[in-house]
Design a binder for this molecule. Structure first.
Ligand code: IPE
Ligand code: IPE
Ligand code: MG
Length: 243
């Protein structure tokens, strides 16, 4: 770790969320199929996850597949699903032994049962770990998550379990897939696009954003460290005024 990053550990974010974008363009620029870009992207995921303990980061959330990504050609979608299965199988031992707790957010019902099974098994296997909480957003959309939470609350009101007036920001947040996770302090998006693409709409209300030009396969631990050092210099006000 560079001294600069170490000195600023006090201002480290508790939770960083990343929109890993640019795999397809990375591959296309090399005359390769988009899936090759996704494969290279998975290697970068490994590098970034490994860097977290040294950086003192306790919560990392990665956007792997959005509720809108089903619109892509079937070949790419199937290839991504196969890659998710391969990633879980290949990484499970290392994640479990390094103290990483893995959880998945998103709507699981549309995923292949074999993938759902691998996800649930990895969550169970790593449930007792607490060095790093790695949250993987798979078939995740912020609007879908909020609609599911609203339905869950409506059902509880209809069943007479809670009063409609008892619905608050906290009770809504408790129904989200991210229940129990701190809100992200920093959202990073690679590939130069400056949009949130339906990621953590509720949770990122006061997140800082970092839009990085590098495509995700060109990102890595050194760039990650640089973004964190830049975050440490920002002043967050949460609507208040500086003392
Ligand atoms: C991000 O890379 C990965 C997923 C959305 C699954 P893209 O596949 O969106 O890459 P670009 O944006 O087309 O370059
Ligand atoms: C966001 O990237 C989703 C993931 C990184 C998984 P997209 O590439 O799907 O977003 P848009 O379509 O450019 O907004
Ligand atoms: Mg993209």
């Amino acid at each position: 770790m560079r001294d600069e990053a170490r000195d600023q550990r006090g201002s480290m974010p508790a939770h960083v969320a990343i929109i890993m974008d640019g795999n397809g363009r990375w591959a296309e620029r090399r005359g390769m199929s988009r899936l090759n870009g996704h494969r290279k992207g998975a290697e970068v995921v490994r590098e970034v996850v490994r860097a977290c303990p040294e950086l003192g980061l306790r919560h990392l959330t990665l956007f792997a597949f959005s509720t809108e990504n089903w619109k892509r050609p079937a070949r790419e979608v199937l290839g991504l699903m196969a890659l998710f299965r391969r990633y879980i199988r290949a990484e499970a031992d290392e994640l479990a032994s390094k103290g990483v707790r893995v959880r998945f957010i998103g709507e699981r019902g549309r995923l292949h049962p074999s993938l759902q099974k691998l996800m649930a098994a990895l969550e169970t296997r790593t449930a007792g770990n607490d060095e790093l909480v790695l949250t993987i957003a798979l078939n995740y959309g912020g609007r879908d998550e909020l609609a599911r939470a609203a339905r869950a609350l409506a059902r509880r009101v209809a069943a007479g379990e809670i009063e409609a007036d008892a619905v608050t920001g906290d009770s809504l947040a408790a129904e989200l897939d991210t229940c129990g996770l701190p809100d992200p302090d920093l959202v990073i998006r690679t590939s130069g696009e400056m949009r949130i693409s339906n990621f953590l709409l509720w949770q990122a209300a006061y997140a800082e954003y970092a839009f990085i030009d590098a495509l995700w396969p060109d990102f890595g631990a050194p760039e990650f460290e640089r973004v964190l050092a830049e975050f440490a210099k920002r002043e967050r006000r949460f609507g208040a005024v500086t003392a």
